[in-house]
Design a protein around this ligand. Structure first.
Ligand code: C2E
Ligand code: MG
Ligand code: MG
Ligand code: MG
Length: 295
């Protein structure tokens, strides 16, 4: 009996493995086609500065990739980025993201005559690719974008799994003048202490920490401790996943620099970002004192 069960299990296992391999192969073929047919597009989610005196203001935007597949369905990056990372397809996809996001930012800054930050997600494999700093430099030059406008969002695993190599790349990016952010901070195994030795400009505190803030005093305490410690280390903080006014008020009181979340803005097409910026410009023009009459 035992033998038969093992055999059955083995057959089952093989079938499952085959199914998995087949679905991976399909995804591989589809993603390769998607690159060629330009089925990817970007949305941009605004990131707001928090100021005790003023209204939250858009200071930068995060590029988030979307895939409209051959059936016309929109596929979330959570579904294909991990696979693209595994297969290496993230390299051409990531290259496309950088160049398309830079193109949009350059057009926006030109039309609105204002500077704006841009955050781009960089997967671990992209980060470890030796040519990344050089290619970023080329894109900066092509679109005449000041390096300080760009923030590269990397994850803890990209840094801490190959620490020496990561440090070398971080130094090169620092020399280039772009900012580096640690995305999804707190869910992995990095600690604030480790950050002391890394040339990181920003922390993005993961949404998971905010779910029960401000109702849970423990969670609120954790978030405000991270914000304060980052401040001591000279690292700015963006908190993700702000969905309620109570969360916003809490973060403003803790002295958090920036927030991002559905309360203030969802990921949207670049045209909507442009509209958002011009509303802000109008509002600040209206609230500013009119100096003409004083002269
Ligand atoms: P992430 O970089 O941590 O991006 C934040 C994700 O949280 C986005 O999901 C965003 O839509 C979502 N989000 C923002 N505010 C809220 C909120 O208030 N509530 C809730 N429930 N969600 C919120 P999205 O766009 O589905 O992206 C998921 C992940 O896929 C990203 O997480 C990032 O890791 C990855 N990703 C997206 N675009 C790219 C890309 O161009 N390249 C790479 N390598 N990864 C990307
Ligand atoms: Mg991100
Ligand atoms: Mg994040
Ligand atoms: Mg996150």
């Amino acid at each position: 009996h035992a033998k038969r069960t093992t055999q059955q299990l083995f057959v089952f296992y093989c079938k499952e493995q085959t199914k998995l391999a087949q679905s991976r192969f399909r995804l591989d073929v589809q993603l390769r086609k998607a690159i060629k047919k330009q089925e990817f597009f970007l949305q941009f989610q605004p990131i707001f500065s928090l100021d005790k005196q003023a209204q939250p203001r858009v200071v930068k935007i995060e590029a988030l990739i979307r895939w409209r597949n051959h059936k016309g369905d929109i596929v979330s990056p959570a579904e294909f980025i991990p696979y693209a990372e595994q297969s290496g397809l993230i390299l051409p996809i990531g290259e496309w993201v950088i160049s398309d996001a830079f193109r949009h930012l350059a057009a926006l800054m030109h039309q609105n005559d204002q500077t704006l930050g841009l955050s781009i997600n960089i997967s671990p494999r992209q980060f470890r690719d030796h040519s990344l700093p050089l290619r970023i430099a080329q894109h900066l030059k092509q679109y005449a974008i000041p390096p300080r406008c760009i923030t590269l969002e990397i994850t803890e695993s990209a840094v801490f799994e190959h620490e020496e190599q990561a440090l070398e790349i971080l130094k090169q990016l620092k020399t280039l003048g772009v900012r580096v952010s640690l995305d999804d901070f707190g869910v992995g195994n990095s600690s604030l202490f480790k950050l002391k030795h890394l040339p990181i400009d920003e922390l993005k505190i993961d949404r998971a920490f905010m779910v029960d803030v401000p109702d849970s005093s423990a969670d609120s305490e954790i978030v405000s401790t991270i914000v304060k410690t980052a401040g001591i280390l000279g690292i700015s903080v963006v908190v993700e996943g702000i969905e309620t006014q109570a969360q916003l008020d809490f973060l403003r009181d803790t002295g958090c620099d920036c927030i991002q979340g559905f309360l203030l803005g969802r990921p949207m097409p670049i045209e909507d970002i442009r509209a958002l910026l011009s509303i802000e410009q109008k509002q600040s023009a209206e609230s500013a004192p009119t100096t003409e009459f004083l002269m």
